[in-house]
Design a binder for this molecule. Sequence first.
Ligand SMILES: [Zn+2]
Length: 353
Amino acid sequence: MPQSTANRGSLGLFCIQQSNKRRWSKMQNLRQREKVNNLDDEIRKRSIQEQIKVMSGGKKMIVAKYTAKYPDSAEREYLRLANAYMTIEREILIRHIPELKAILNEGIKAYNTDSQDKKANERKRKLARFETLDNTLVRLKILFDNIRRELEAAFGLFDLSGKLKKIAQLDYKLSISEWKKVIGKTFGINLLDDYFRGDYYDEMLKKWISENVDLIKTVPSQSLGKIKELVYKQYMDGSSTTNIIKELQRQYGMDKRHAQFIARDQIGKLNAKITESQQRDAGVKRYKWSDSRDERVRESHRRLHGHIFSWDKPPETDNGRRCHPQQDYQCRCCAIPVFDIENLDSTMGGEKS
Ligand SMILES: [Zn+2]
């Protein structure tokens, strides 16, 4: 169970600080500040409890009256980052294609490889390449070493970690504003802006950032490895230079889509994690599954729509896999909290009493 510490009650503190500012010594000031903060928290907590009782009208369970929106803008930002990162690889590859072509064509001109018979052309290319094999392999190795060095230098300037941090913070901010809407529309309570600054969430975001740095960083590095392999293989098979370049582009396209896959997948996963922690922190043990009500919803999620599940026991979605909303790839479903009035944490996920 996540524990979070909050920095709440800052408005009440501000007024008293102003009127007594001159009289207090530094130590007194600190002690008093603590007292005011606690008092302010207590009053607030009690008033929230009262309000929840009134709003629930004697009911034990209340399903939230608002469905939190998917963090589309965070996903867009991540997709933009993934594309920008992969464009670096593309630009460096494009710069080196003339050189690659020159290496692959080495010695082939002596043979006529323009006949209608494809097999015959391949045989001739193999023969031509066999004659220059040692030289070509050395040149290819130098070329790919250079590409890798240039890639590493360019990525060093990209600040991947800083950019991912901004995206994680954006997702967090969006999820807080959605949570405030859930509480506001369900109980008529306005949560304070700074109610939710827990160490637990800082750790969660940090972990996500470092995992995502690794995920994204690996894509172009593996991509270059795969491209190198296919160039070698096609070269030995006698494939034409045009075909080799085409295959290289196809491989790059696949790797770029893989980076985009990570972006979509990871925003959903982060948001799912924050949502679960927010609800558990507020004492919510169950949620109502809500699909996004459009034609893109997968069948296995559509049949969960409207049913209530426990945060401790995710339902089965595909092939025996169990998960909560947004944990499946590109899932836009939402977990609508079911508030258990008796066990509700009146800070709604803020400081624990
Ligand atoms: Zn879904």
